[in-house]
Ligand binder design. Structure first.
Ligand code: APR
Length: 270
């Protein structure tokens, strides 16, 4: 394992444009359950996953009912205001600070990369602390709307201040299109990077799971020296299909700080 950590540190130092892709696995050490791991939400409650596949259709059919449920029912991931970033989040922020990591593209809606100090984050599946207009894609801080008053005065759903469109959570539900600005830029970054760190994801949800394949294709077709490094508690289709160049098994909150420590040690003047 230590050899792989040294190798990852070397590859990061040599990289010119490294990006990181993350999933629920990077936030489990912050106390947020993942979905498909051994004690994942879907693993333990397959019915909950089936219900999640209905959320977007429910919103489209009846945005008022969607909001009433959203404002009264317990949140699937618990109270995200009460969790804090862990060493895995901080390690990626450190890699950005020292100029090696250019972007974090995350499937997580928990805002923990930003709270961990990462400035350049693309929330691929949205952000639980934001709202979005489904007509003009404008995003809002929830405090802009007095949601509780709207509920009491039977004025739900909230309406966009710019175009009057219906507002929903910024969180992207199954079957909902990825917001175009985020989808485009994420594809661009996967097309531009020379190193992709893939952390804490089962890599089975598309279109996100396409991003490593975009980078891999560039490697194979153009012979570009792109390196894909996977860090996860268990192998994924990226490991099995040899899309990642190498796989480091373990917890992101333990492995990423070790890699950063090696990067700093190797870069520090002798
Ligand atoms: N360190 C490393 N890997 C971990 C850790 C950890 N501390 N904890 C869990 N894992 C691994 C799990 O073993 C699993 O392989 O992280 C992976 C998490 O995979 P999923 O639960 O499938 O999460 P993710 O890939 O982010 O899911 C994608 O699916 O349910 C939807 O919208 C949801 O964004 C989510 C998407």
């Amino acid at each position: 394992m230590h050899d792989l950590i040294l190798r990852a540190a070397d590859d990061l130092i040599r990289s010119k444009y490294a990006i990181a892709l993350t999933g629920a696995g990077i936030s489990t050490e912050s106390g947020i359950p993942d979905f498909r791991g051994p004690s994942g939400i879907w693993t333990k409650d397959p019915e909950a996953e089936k219900r999640a596949y209905q959320s977007y259709e429910k919103f489209r059919r009846n945005p008022k009912a969607y909001w009433e449920e959203r404002l009264t029912a317990p949140a699937l991931l618990g109270d995200l205001r009460k969790v804090i970033p862990n060493p895995g989040h901080h390690a990626l922020a450190e890699l950005e600070r020292i100029g090696i990591l250019k972007w974090v593209i995350t499937q997580n809606v928990d805002n923990l990369h930003q709270r961990g100090g990462s400035q350049k984050v693309l929330d691929y599946h949205g952000n639980a602390f934001k709202l979005r207009c489904i007509a003009c894609e404008s995003r809002y801080d929830p405090d802009v709307f007095d949601l509780e008053r709207l509920r009491i005065e039977d004025q739900l759903p909230p309406r966009c201040k710019k175009c009057g469109g219906v507002i929903k959570s910024d969180v992207v539900h199954f079957n909902e299109p990825i917001p175009p600005d985020i989808a485009e830029q994420s594809l661009e970054e996967a097309t531009r990077c020379d190193l992709m760190l893939i952390c804490g994801t089962s890599a089975v949800v598309f279109p996100f799971a396409n991003l490593p394949r975009v980078a891999k294709r560039r490697q194979l077709e153009n012979g570009e020296g792109i390196i894909l490094i996977e860090i996860n508690a268990e192998p994924t289709p990226l490991t099995e299909q040899k899309i990642s160049n190498y796989f480091i098994r373990g917890k992101t909150g333990q492995i990423l700080p070790q890699i950063v420590e090696e990067v700093n040690r190797k870069r520090s003047p002798k």
